[in-house]
Design a protein around this ligand. Structure first.
Ligand code: AMP
Ligand code: ZN
Length: 459
C-alpha cells in the first residue's frame, strides 16, 4: 500500500509521492535552546522520527533538516515581551546567551539519541543564517510586503488573499476581538520580520541590517533555512499543533510573498502531550524532562514505546501508570526477541500488513497490535525474530541492540563469565573455552566484542 499522510493544509489524508523521485525533503521546527526539552516537546520529535522512519521503510532517501532556534525570541506569541535566550542567560547566573544555547543544544541532541531518534541529515542554527534571513526580508520588502514601525519591520498580512488558510483563521473575528497588543501594527495578524534593539540597551545577540541594528523575528529563520537547504518548494514541513495558527501560518505567508509557494507540499503536526501546566511549562522551572524519567528508573525507550501506543494526531495524557504499562510491554518484547534464535526469514505477508498500518498515516497503535499478534502466533521463533527485526526499523525500539543487564543474569553465570575473562587475559585458552561451553549450557551465548564479552540468552 502506498504511503498516505494527513496534510493540515488540505485537512485530508493524501497519498504521498516525493516532488523529486527518490528523495524526500523534510523540515522540522527544532527547539528553542534556552532550557531543556520537556517530554511534551519530545513527543513531537518522536512523531517526526516515526515519519522519517516510515519514509525510509518505503524506500525513500530523506534529507531531514532540523533548525536550532538559538537566537533570542520573545516569550509571548506576539512580538513583545521578554527575550527567551536573554532570560535563560540571566537565570543561569550570567553564562552568556551563546553558552546557554550550546549547552541546551547538546542536551537536546543527547535526549534524541537516548530515544533512538535518527539524527537529522542537517542541523542548522538560526545564528549562523542571519545573512540569509536579512536577504529574505529584503526580498519581501522589494515585493511590497513589509512596512516599518518604530520597533521593527513587519509583514503586511493584508497583502495576501489567503493569509491564515492553514489554520482556517477567521480574520475578521480576530481583528475585531483582538487582544494582541497592536502597537503600530496595521492588522492583528501582522508579525515582526526584524526587530530593532531597544534604544540605549545592549543586547547579547544583535546584528546590523539595512533597517537598523536588531535581531530577526521568530518566523523568518525557518523560511530562510528551509529555502536554503531544501529549496522554496519541498515535500514535508512538521511541528507541533501549536504552530498551526501562528508560526506555520506566518512561515507560509513569508514563502507565498517571497516565492509564491506554500513552502511544503505536506504540512504535518504532532498533537500535544497533556500534563498539568506546571510540569510542562519551561518557564515554571519545574517540568518533566527525559532525565526525570531516567531518575525514576525508566528506560528512555519506554517513553518511545508509550508514544507509539497513541496516534500522533490525538492528544495524549501523560500518566505514570501508562508509562509503567509501556515499560512492561517493552521489557517483555525485548526479552522474547533476545531469546529467539537468529537465522530465520522475515514473513513477507506480515511485513506487508504491518507496512499497511504504518502507511495509513503512521498508525503505530495498530502496527504495535499486529506485532503482539506475531509474538503470540505459532510461527517459528527464528522467523518471528527476523520479521520483528525488520519491522523495528519503523518502530525504532532498538530491539537488535538490546541485551539483558548483567544484573538479570544468574550469579553463577556472571561469575563464570568473569573467570573466563581472567583465563583469557592469562592466555589460558582451553580453560576459557570450557567456561564458554559451560555458560552456553546454562542458556547464554558469550559474544566477544571490542568492549569486552557480553551475554546473550539463547533459545
Ligand atoms: P519549543 O522548543 O518551545 O520551540 O518547542 C519545540 C517543539 O515542541 C515544537 O514543535 C512544539 O510545537 C512542540 N511542543 C511544545 N509543547 C508540546 C507538548 N505539550 N506536546 C507536544 N509537543 C509540544
Ligand atoms: Zn519553524
Amino acid at each position: 500500500m502506498q504511503l498516505h499522510l494527513y496534510d493540515t493544509w488540505h485537512r485530508a489524508i493524501r497519498p504521498f509521492t516525493p516532488l523529486q523521485a527518490g528523495v524526500v525533503g523534510l523540515y522540522c521546527c527544532g527547539p528553542t535552546v534556552y532550557d531543556y526539552a520537556h517530554i511534551g516537546n519530545l513527543r513531537t520529535y518522536l512523531f517526526e522520527d516515526t515519519l522519517r522512519r516510515a519514509l525510509v521503510f518505503n524506500g525513500y532517501a530523506v534529507r531531514h533538516v532540523v533548525n536550532i532556534t538559538d537566537v533570542g525570541h520573545l516569550v509571548s506569541d506576539g512580538d513583545d515581551g521578554e527575550d527567551k535566550m536573554e532570560t535563560g542567560s540571566r537565570r543561569a547566573g550570567g553564562a552568556s546567551a551563546w553558552d546557554i544555547a550550546q549547552r541546551f543544544t547538546e542536551a537536546f541532541q543527547r535526549d534524541l539519541a537516548m530515544l533512538n531518534a535518527l539524527p537529522p541529515t542537517l542541523w542548522c542554527r538560526a545564528t549562523e543564517h542571519i545573512a540569509e534571513q536579512i536577504d529574505y526580508v529584503a526580498e519581501l520588502e522589494r515585493k511590497g510586503y513589509v512596512y516599518r514601525t518604530t520597533d521593527g519591520m513587519y509583514f503586511d498580512t493584508a497583502r495576501l488573499d489567503d493569509y491564515g488558510h492553514l489554520a482556517r483563521l477567521d480574520l475578521a473575528g480576530l481583528q475585531a476581538g483582538s487582544r494582541v497588543e497592536m502597537g503600530e501594527k496595521r492588522q492583528a495578524t501582522d508579525f515582526a520580520l526584524w526587530k530593532f534593539s531597544p534604544a540605549g540597551q545592549q543586547r547579547q545577540m544583535e546584528w546590523d541590517s539595512p533597517w537598523g541594528r536588531g535581531f530577526p523575528g521568530w518566523h523568518i529563520e525557518c523560511s530562510a533555512m528551509s529555502a536554503k537547504h531544501l529549496g522554496p518548494w519541498f515535500d514535508i514541513h512538521c511541528g507541533g499543533e501549536d504552530h498551526i495558527p501562528v508560526h506555520h501560518s506566518n512561515e507560509i505567508a513569508q514563502s507565498m510573498g517571497c516565492h509564491g509557494t506554500r513552502a511544503a507540499n505536506f504540512w504535518m503536526h504532532g498533537y500535544f502531550l497533556q500534563l498539568d501546566e506546571a510540569k510542562m511549562s519551561k518557564s515554571s522551572g519545574d517540568f518533566l524532562r527525559l532525565q526525570t524519567l531516567l531518575d525514576r528508573g525508566y528506560d528512555p525507550l519506554a517513553y518511545r514505546y508509550l508514544n507509539l501506543t497513541s496516534h500522533y494526531r490525538r492528544q495524549m495524557n501523560f500518566s505514570w501508570t501508562a508509562l509503567d504499562g509501556a515499560s512492561q510491554a517493552l521489557d517483555k518484547l525485548r526479552r522474547l526477541y533476545a531469546s529467539w534464535p537468529d537465522g530465520g526469514a522475515a514473513d513477507a505477508d506480515f511485513v506487508e500488513a504491518f507496512a499497511a498500518e504504518i502507511n495509513q498515516d503512521l498508525n503505530t497503535p495498530r502496527a504495535l497490535a499486529l506485532v503482539w499478534g506475531l509474538v503470540k502466533s505459532e510461527r517459528d521463533d527464528a522467523d518471528k525474530k527476523a520479521t520483528l527485526g525488520h519491522c523495528d526499523q519503523a518502530l525504532g525500539l532498538g530491539l537488535d541492540g538490546w541485551r539483558p543487564a548483567v544484573a538479570d543474569v544468574p550469579r553463577e553465570v556472571s561469575e563464570m563469565l568473569r573467570a573466563r575473562e581472567t583465563a583469557r587475559a592469562a592466555r589460558r585458552w582451553r580453560e576459557a573455552d570450557v567456561l564458554r561451553d559451560a555458560i552456553l549450557a546454562m542458556g547464554y551465548a558469550v559474544e566477544d566484542g571490542q568492549d569486552g564479552a557480553t551475554l546473550k540468552p539463547v533459545g
